[in-house]
Design a protein around this ligand. Structure first.
Ligand code: EPZ
Length: 431
């Protein structure tokens, strides 16, 4: 397996182009199942999760074609991919495919809405918590589906089609809101979603569905109204920039010092996280090309953070900010409210010399002036990149194992860091 070798100590200076958002691209790709016409997505990031979802969609009968580079395209431009689900030949999403990518469970909504049935493997546990699907199944039931669970599979049926209904989420759920948007767009009648997720990726999906002919009002607020339509058409849509990737590199600059333009990032995508980063001592300026993040000398101030649904502090940046706090001048408290087990990075950060103790759903981080390189590995994507951030400021060499986690969600990570002066190298497994 590949590893990444990092020698810490260099500041980051230069430009990092922000890729298309993984967590927007995945539901947008799944939405291609809703129409027999072509859905063309621009700015799709080159990530392992995207390739895996293409395999899953292919199994249902979706053809895809990656468009070649066009005149004027930047060397790092995202891919343009056409998805064409003329005929859905298989409504089953098997365990072997779904277990490797949790978001693929969301295919259940378009399959059911378009074909009247779907059989999708339960996604199972994962490294950040139990992550149940009860709220997603509640959505489908509220829209008239019959749900049965048998031998690890969810069997959903709506022979006469889905019908609109009222969905009131007991807990804010991104995947639940995606599921409701896709299913209700092709249901008979109107649907009201209360306590909907307000994440930018939900808005991106709703925008694309509207281009496909869906009637959706209120995306981006906690109350969304959908009037079902008989069929959806093809469309062309550009995936929004990855706010978590942008926030991750912003954290890295705050950690190492330096001055980096995060091309394509905007303040609106990261409201609370950027305020927190400013409190740590970083300077952030919005420019027409993106966000300019810098920290030149000066201490890293400790901050207290509590994760929350958008527009709150994102759970997907919790590990990265914890890495930054390991070098703060003082103690920080980081509380995780979204996932119950998202502290797997704590023991690995400790290998680099961090002082962190867990108190229930909170991590207490005592900042230290020096971290020291060590071999580390992590069990999920954001945890892995938090180790990269810590390693960039650690003395000596860090070897990050299990790089496939990073490849799931960070496009050309080492290339982007090297371009800004970091000493980072991928050590490829021979053969
Ligand atoms: C999305 O996951 C993201 N994944 C996650 O990013 C992100 O951490 C999460 O939203 C929260 O922002 C993608 O977009 C592909 P949820 P999702 O449903 O939709 C509970 C990353 O690193 N819940 O909003 O699966 C759940 O357990 C990933 O890129 C239920 O109880 O998350 C959690 O506590 C990791 N029952 C809370 O809701 C359900 O049926 C929010 O989860 C569904 C969820």
């Amino acid at each position: 397996m590949d590893r990444i070798r990092i020698v810490g100590g260099n500041p980051l200076n230069g430009l990092i182009p922000v890729s298309g958002a993984k967590n927007a691209a995945l539901p947008l790709m799944i939405a291609s199942l809703l129409t027999a016409e072509t859905l063309t997505l621009e700015n799709v990031p080159r990530l392992a999760d995207v390739s895996q979802l293409m395999r899953i969609l292919g199994n249902h009968g979706v053809d895809y074609r990656i468009e070649g580079k066009r005149i004027g395209d930047a060397p790092y431009a995202g891919q343009t991919i056409q998805f064409h689900a003329a005929d859905i030949v298989d409504t089953t999403a098997p365990y072997e495919l779904v277990s490797r990518l949790r978001a693929s469970f969301w295919v259940i909504a378009p399959l059911l809405a378009r074909m009247g049935e779907a059989k999708v493997s339960l996604p199972g546990g994962c490294a950040i918590g139990t992550r149940p699907v009860d709220l997603l199944l509640m959505v489908l039931e509220k829209l008239g589906a019959e749900i049965e669970i048998d031998s690890g599979y969810v069997l959903a049926k709506a022979r006469r089609g889905l019908r609109g209904g009222e969905i009131d989420f007991a807990k804010v759920t991104v995947g639940g809101t995606h599921t409701a948007l896709m299913a209700a767009s092709l249901a008979h009648g109107s649907t009201l979603i209360k306590n909907a997720a307000r994440e930018p990726e939900v808005v991106d999906l709703a925008d694309c569905l509207v281009k496909m002919g869906a009637k959706i009002k209120g995306a981006g607020t906690s109350r969304i109204e959908i009037e079902g339509v008989g069929s959806l058409q093809g469309a062309r849509h550009t995936v929004l920039p990855d706010r978590i990737e942008a926030g991750t590199y912003a954290c890295a600059v705050a950690m190492t010092g330096g001055d980096v333009l995060l091309e394509g990032a905007t303040e609106a995508l990261l409201p609370v996280a950027l305020d927190v980063l400013r409190q740590t001592g970083a300077r952030i300026e919005e420019t027409p090309k993106g966000l300019r993040v810098s920290r030149n000398g000066g201490a890293i101030n400790p901050v207290d953070i509590t994760t929350a649904p958008f527009p709150g502090f994102p759970t997907d940046l919790q590990a990265q900010f914890m890495a930054l706090m390991t070098r703060a001048e003082g103690t920080s408290r980081i509380t995780e409210t979204i996932f119950e087990n998202r502290f797997m990075h704590v023991q690995e950060l400790a290998r680099l010399g961090a002082r962190i103790r867990l108190e229930g759903d909170a991590a207490i981080v005592e900042g230290r002036p020096v971290l020291k390189g060590a071999p580390v590995m992590a069990t999920d994507l954001r945890a892995s990149v938090s180790l990269v951030i810590a390693a960039l400021a650690a003395e000596g060499e860090t070897l990050v194992h299990r790089v496939y986690h990073l490849d799931r969600g960070f496009e050309r990570l080492e290339e982007k860091l090297v371009a800004c002066g970091a000493d980072v190298e991928r050590l490829r497994e021979a053969g």
